[in-house]
Design a protein around this ligand. Sequence first.
Ligand code: HSE
Length: 436
Amino acid sequence: MKNRVINIGIIGFGTVGAGTARILMKRHKELQAQLGVSLKVKNIADLDMKTDRGIKLPRGVLIKDAHKILNDPDIDIVVELMGGINPAKEFILEAIKKGKHVVTANKALLAEKGQEIFRAAKRQCVSVGFEASVAGSIPIIKIVRESLIGNKIGNIFGIINGTANYILTKMTEECVDFGSTLKEAQDLGYAEADPTFDIEGIDSAHKLAILAALAYGLPISLNKIYTQGITEITPLDIGFASEFGFKIKLLAIAKPSGKEVELRVHPTMVQESMPIANVNGVFNAIYVEGDATGAGLYYGKGAGDMPTGSAVVSDISDIARHIRAGAADRMQSFDISGRSGLKVKKMEDVSTCYYLRMSAIDKPGVLSKISGILGDNNISIESMIQKGRKREKAVSMVLMTHEAREKDMMKALKEIKKLRVVSGKPLYLRVEGAHA
Ligand code: HSE
């Protein structure tokens, strides 16, 4: 067994594929010493055979046709790093059908089709490793699935999209608007040419769907996650947030309570004193409460060739260990069947404190009209700032509320929007860490 070779086929030779291959080649000897098997990259499939990835592969390793990997009986582990839903899903299911173990970084695919993929893997007694799908270098899948197994997991708050965090950090530090910060992030290669998934919170929702399933034994519930992006945030809101002692972060939130769990992704005002408020730039951080451990904050790089490649190699190594020990489907030992009975809470029933900003005419009686609507909808005001004094002209009016139900707030906002003294759409942000 000592000299057993484990053959690996990588599908997708982009950023993460290249990082993975680089680590496997650079650390081949050390990995062999630690695992007792030799990890060999037999083939890497990619349609682009020309781009120089800065890695010297032995002749014949880079191929065009992924089916060669899937049909190769010698390949033990298929590593899917191409992204997207199709054909990644077909390739993974084909690999599983052929009895191969799979490692993937594909959070969109797992969030949408994970249930089907994990079921197929269980039937075939093979492993699916997905450490690289959430938060790159932070081993959060392992933490939630294994390290915290002795805990009932409570609230989770995550900054799990580096692009959005980079944009919000820049806007905060340099007081620049969303559009120009996004453009800069794209020019620097942080944001994709199509940044929709990052800035609209969809990428964070994919990752939250995976984390919540593992943490609470839920089926993966992407379509039940309330998702709102950061495109409407302005430097003005960041400034007001700071006056109240808060920062604005795109948070992925999971809050279990009783038989329900809140799952939501949205820009959130977090108290400046909370450690997660000080996670800046492209970094990720995930705060997880365990009933035995108490609160923990896990921090690190959430993307990039080597940080994410490191997570892929960790899964490959786990599978190699299990193959060696003859327990190769061990990584399927988590329960996302829904046996826990927990249901995702409807967003309209969620209660949080709110920040509201509206443009209102500066004249007597306006505030009482607004506060009247809030009061009629069971919403109590905690504090208020009016900026400037412009008799009979529009000024920014900012309110913080005590805890209120989403349903009530949405109704109140509709009514406020109809007031003639309020111009434009009021902006609202949910608040975490404030006193209810
Ligand atoms: N696009 C993601 C981010 C990285 O900006 O964090 C990969 O998950």
